[in-house]
Structure formats: structure tokens, C-alpha cells
Design a protein around this ligand. Structure first.
Ligand SMILES: O=C[C@H](O)[C@H](O)[C@H](O)COP(=O)(O)O
Length: 235
């Protein structure tokens, strides 16, 4: 699939998601290349007067910067108890609507914000659909720097192959918005994602992992059909 085709799929699904937001809503703003388009489209709708009085809860520094750029007023979790909708991307989606997230190291805040929404809407291009979680993507695990060694041992004991995520255009490891590190853990098989999500989070020193089980309400998929971008909802 060409880069241009992937961009078209992301834009199509992002527009469909932004069109579902209504005036007055409190909206969780996800992180990543797909949700960057969502934030841009929400800004466009505000500017055109199609939408008014929305507030965004950003899931990362990136989302916050983009929301400010596109004129979306922001609130924090100190200001609101719940959200009307959260729109977020994913790295993998299985047929049961379970996800792997955290390719941008933002999964900790994303899980908090996404789980507080009345509706958690996931936006992906068709390349993210997998028959089973873990097929193409490792599970990102945010870890306190102090605990990287013991958490690495514990993840190996669970059958995973953890690798410290390294920076691009920055020497040394990726540091999350919370000041922690990320271990990307490849598992040969994830027979029970719900159980693995809980087991990993139970390791002392783990802040949060990127398995999102039973949290997504709606999955919108951008795809190319007969050369044209199209959006469908996972049944
Ligand atoms: O940490 C990042 C997030 O979980 C993203 O939502 C996820 O990595 C998908 O990003 P993208 O839309 O860029 O593929």
C-alpha cells in the first residue's frame, strides 16, 4: 500500500469521526497520525461554525499542541467527570474490538481518557485489522525508569521478548509524557488478552500497558475500494 493511499484512508476515517461530534460535547482527543487529522477536522468544523462549545481532553503533549493550533478549547480531568466521546487511533484491532495501542507511547493517558468516555470511537486504516492481537505489533509497556531491569525479567518470565524503545532523532530511550520508559514486548501468542493486560499491570513498576480489552465501542475503518477511500463501521 502506498504512503498516499494510507494517508487517504486516515483522512477519510478521521473526517467521518469528526463529523460524529456534536456541539457542546466533551471530546477525548487521541494521539497519533490518524487522530492528528481528527483534531484538524474538528478545528475546521469549529471555524466554519458547524460546531460550537466543544471542549477537548488531550491524551498527550502532541494532542494538546494540535488542539491549540486548531482552536479547540481544552479542559483537564480536574474539570470534567466524564466525556461524551473519545476518538483515538490504534496499532492493532482484533475482531472482538480489542486493541493494542501505544505506538506513540501515549497509551497510559489514552487508557484513562478513553475509558471515561460514554462512547470510545476508534479510527484506523484497514492495515490495523488483525485476526489476533500481537500478530504484527508488540505490546508497549510504560515502566518507571527505576524498575526497568526487574520489569524486563518479569516480562521475559511471562514469555515476552521486551525491548527498550529507543528515540528517533534523539540518542537514548524514548521518554513518555510522564517521564517514564517504554518496553515493547513481543509475544508469540496472546491466547487471553484480558488476562495478559491484568497480569502485566500487576508487575511492580509497570505504569500501564497498551492492551485495551473491552473498552472500544465503535471501530471506524478507512479503506480503499476501487481506488477510492471509503469508511465502514466494524460490525
Ligand atoms: O501512543 C499512541 C497511540 O496509541 C496511537 O493512537 C496509535 O499508536 C496509532 O497511531 P497512528 O494513528 O499514528 O497509527
Amino acid at each position: 500500500m502506498s504512503e498516499d493511499a494510507v494517508k487517504q484512508m486516515k483522512q477519510a476515517v478521521a473526517k467521518a469521526a469528526a463529523d460524529r461530534v456534536q456541539s457542546g460535547m466533551i471530546v477525548g482527543l487521541g494521539t497519533g497520525s490518524t487522530t492528528a487529522f481528527v483534531i484538524q477536522f474538528l478545528g475546521d468544523r469549529l471555524r466554519k461554525g458547524e460546531l460550537s462549545h466543544i471542549s477537548g481532553v488531550p491524551t498527550s503533549f502532541q494532542a494538546s499542541v494540535l488542539a491549540k493550533k486548531y482552536g479547540i478549547p481544552l479542559v483537564t480531568l480536574d474539570d470534567v467527570e466524564k466525556l461524551d466521546i473519545a476518538i483515538d487511533g490504534a496499532d492493532e484491532v482484533d475482531p472482538a474490538k480489542n486493541l493494542i495501542k501505544g505506538g506513540g507511547a501515549a497509551h497510559t493517558r489514552e487508557k484513562i481518557v478513553d475509558s471515561l468516555a460514554d462512547q470510545f470511537l476508534v479510527v484506523v486504516d484497514s492495515s490495523k485489522l488483525v485476526p489476533k492481537l500481537g500478530a504484527t505489533f508488540p505490546v508497549p509497556v510504560e515502566v518507571l525508569p527505576f524498575a526497568v531491569a526487574p520489569v524486563t525479567h518479569a516480562l521475559k518470565a511471562l514469555g515476552g521478548q521486551p525491548e527498550l524503545r529507543m528515540g528517533v532523532k534523539k540518542d537514548g530511550p524514548v521518554v513518555t509524557d510522564q517521564g517514564n520508559l517504554v518496553l515493547d514486548v513481543k509475544f508469540e501468542d496472546i491466547p487471553n488478552p484480558a488476562e495478559l493486560e491484568k497480569t502485566i499491570n500487576n508487575i511492580p513498576g509497570v505504569v500501564e500497558n497498551g492492551l485495551f480489552v473491552n473498552v472500544a465501542d465503535v471501530i471506524l475503518i478507512g479503506e480503499i475500494v476501487d481506488g477510492q477511500p471509503r469508511v465502514r463501521e466494524m460490525g
